[in-house]
Design a protein around this ligand. Structure first.
Ligand code: COA
Ligand code: AMP
Length: 624
């Protein structure tokens, strides 16, 4: 069936479309309704149905004779380890750890925080939660204590799983001091902990509330899969919004399993048994969906890679992994390819490896600039597919649906709306703009299965953030154009979210960090263009009168403050001291205009500006 027909079908007959897809999974109770519109605009999928995500990701395949196939390959150049888990082995490990969770008081509906480096125990913890109906919330290991604390406080967990350290290149990063500080900041010092002691930094003294992973596994009783309601949350994943307060995106079990399994065939064009590699981190949505759940739901082999595209040991790292494990499909962020290209522009290292198994490269997380896309196409000589999605959707909203129909690639566009997503472009008044004109990218409700039904514990914020701006539509937060051929072009954010190396950060959180410095009276953070990371944060600070500190010390202290409050991934490129910030007469900081000045783009002086002279001061500060 063509893309056009499939797409039209999904929008016109969503009940039939998704019911057919859902039949690919095993349910312990059939749903009453496919699309439940009874509480619109809050929609649910497969209400009344019951299933277990872990059963569908592991046990189902073991029962069907796939038990000895590799389910997960842990490849860690930073520790020199490669370890393969078959479906049978992974199911057994997960069942045992589910037993550990249960023995430590975790039950159905309880939250479990997972603050882990890229080790198999991270994926095992996620699947073990799913097995007993507990809700996991993975926090990216690169986040510092305060960010972790906010998430702990909001999720109110029954337990935390962590490890002694992460490994960044050759550096060992201790995790436990950060975790302890976060527990203390969140006011839950007594929380149960299960800790993986890694040989690179063995745990010597154990907190009385903690058990060691290996010890606990020795005495654990395996736990079985618990049927849960299709609409019960599988996980909460916090993401950055306009303010410093992260939003807990909720992912329901049923719709998630259905949609993700469908994407493997329809978008990524992979079959059960194929090797799928998402070179991301389990702390991000890409890691949740495409390192853990989707490949396993589809019976593929997934790769969990503890390393970087460069430096572990060099720019051939990806090609080595592809050759060694015969990877069929690779998914990563454009930043990774920019990093590889910078070190090996002619592809000398690439051509020393046999990567003939690789059929397609998918890129997402940030806009893929045409230059990077063409470089990757020329080097790899396979289709390179940019696709667009976000934490909230959990799977691609626009893509080239390679398993349905491979459409011609237009560099710079993530191609067309994915079946299920009725994407429109609206002007600020909510009218659809003609093709070719830019506007707010929205999705006409209902969103398809697997997308967020709400924010954790905050239905009002969910409504206010996403559904209230344009009635009957979900606001993506991105702006762009739908062209004459129906291709989408995603150009920028409409809010203060920035994207650093494919990592989504809130300028609000960075500003909150800068504002804690005693010398800072006021501040603003913008994202400026960066050749490698797409964007990087740039800070502007106005000092308190009488602040007596030299600029170099101040800058060092401010950078350190951001690193220790938000995390090293948010390290600003620079901090500039200015006398004033450009504001509207109502006091709103004109970050968009500042950004244009910093990126040497044309800009108009906003009519609402309080004092136009401030823009010249900003330009001078940037030049110096
Ligand atoms: N735990 C602890 N620290 C971490 C971390 C983690 N999980 N991940 C990153 N950091 C630290 C890094 O060590 C670095 O610290 P430093 O400033 O002290 O050196 C800092 O955060 C910035 O890291 P990173 O953004 O990875 O930049 P880099 O310069 O080390 O590497 C790239 C550049 C391009 C190689 C890297 O950004 C990359 O691999 N990008 C791909 C991104 C990606 O896969 N995104 C997922 C979305 S699909
Ligand atoms: P995250 O929730 O961290 O996945 O970030 C989602 C945001 O990243 C989107 O709303 C976009 O702003 C941006 N993004 C992700 N993928 C793409 C893409 N392929 N093209 C353009 N922007 C993208």
């Amino acid at each position: 069936m063509s893309y056009e027909t499939t797409y039209r079908n999904s929008i016109k007959n969503p009940n039939e479309f998704w019911a057919l897809v859902a039949a690919d999974l095993e349910w312990t109770r059939q749903w009453d309704r496919v699309l439940d519109e009874s509480d619109a605009p809050f929609y649910e999928w497969f209400s009344g149905g019951e299933l277990n995500t872990c059963h569908n990701a592991l046990d189902r395949h073991c029962n069907a004779g796939r038990g000895s196939q590799a389910a997960l390959i842990y490849d860690s150049p930073v520790t020199g380890q490669v370890r393969t888990y078959s479906y049978d082995e992974l199911r057994d490990e997960v069942a045992l750890f589910a037993g550990v969770l249960a023995a430590n008081g975790v039950g159905q509906g309880d939250r479990v925080i997972i603050y882990m480096p890229m080790i198999p125990e991270a994926a095992i913890s996620m699947l073990a939660c799913a097995r007993i109906g507990a809700i996991h919330s993975v926090v990216f290991g690169g986040f510092a204590a305060k960010e972790l604390a906010t998430r702990i406080a909001d999720a109110d967990p029954a337990l935390i799983v962590s490890a002694s350290c992460g490994i960044e290149g050759t550096r060992v990063i201790p995790y436990l001091p950060l975790m302890e500080e976060a527990l203390s900041l969140a006011g839950v010092k007594e929380l149960r902990r299960v800790l993986v002691s890694r040989p690179q930094l063995p745990i010597e003294e154990l907190n009385p509330c903690a058990v060691l992973w290996d010890e606990a596994m020795k005495s654990a009783e395996p736990a079985d899969c618990v049927p849960v309601s299709a609409t019960d949350p599988l996980y909460i994943l916090y993401t950055s919004g306009t303010t410093g307060e992260p939003k807990g995106v909720v992912r329901p079990n049923g719709g998630h399993a259905v949609a993700l399994k469908w994407t493997m065939e329809s978008i990524y064009n992979v079959k059960p048994g194929d090797v799928y590699w998402a070179a991301s981190d389990i702390g991000w949505v890409v890691g949740h969906s495409y390192i853990v759940y989707a490949p396993l739901l589809h019976g593929c082999t997934t790769i969990l890679y503890e390393g970087k595209p460069v430096g572990t040991p060099d720019a051939s790292a990806f090609w080595r992994v592809i050759e060694q494990h015969k990877v069929d499909c690779l998914f990563t962020a454009p930043t990774a390819f920019r990093a590889i290209r910078r070190e090996d522009p002619e592809g000398v290292l690439l051509h020393q490896h046999d990567i003939s198994s690789l059929k397609t490269l998918f890129l997402a997380g940030e806009r893929c600039d045409p230059d990077t896309l063409h470089w990757a196409e020329n080097q790899l000589e396979i289709p390179v597919i940019d696709h667009w999605w976000q934490t909230e959707s959990g799977w691609a909203m626009a893509a080239n649906p390679m398993g349905i129909e491979a459409l011609p690639v237009k560099a710079g566009s993530p191609t067309v709306p994915v079946p299920g997503y009725d994407i429109r472009v609206l002007d600020d008044e909510g009218n659809e703009v003609p093709r070719g004109q830019s506007g707010n990218i929205v999705v006409k409700l209902p969103l398809p299965p697997g997308t967020l039904p709400t924010l954790w514990g905050n239905q009002k914020r969910y409504f206010d953030t996403y559904l209230s701006r344009f009635e009957g539509h979900y606001l993506t937060g991105d702006a762009g154009v739908m062209d004459e051929q129906g291709y989408l072009w995603v150009m920028s954010r409409i809010d203060d979210v920035i994207n650093v190396a494919g990592h989504r950060l809130s300028t609000g959180a960075l500003e909150e960090a800068l504002a804690t410095h005693p010398a800072v009276a006021e501040c603003a953070v913008i994202g400026v263009e960066d050749k490698l990371k797409g964007e990087m944060p740039l800070g502007f600070v106005v000092l308190n009168s009488g602040a007596n500190i030299d600029k170099a010390t101040l800058k060092k202290e401010l950078v350190q403050t951001v690193r220790s409050l938000v995390g090293a991934i948010a390290t600003p490129r620079d901090i500039l001291v200015v006398a004033r910030l450009p504001k509207t007469r109502s006091g709103k900081i004109l970050r968009g205009t500042m950004r244009k000045i910093a990126d040497h783009q044309e800009y108009k002086t906003p009519a609402t500006i309080e004092d136009p002279a401030v823009l010249a001061e900003i330009a001078t500060a940037l030049e110096s």
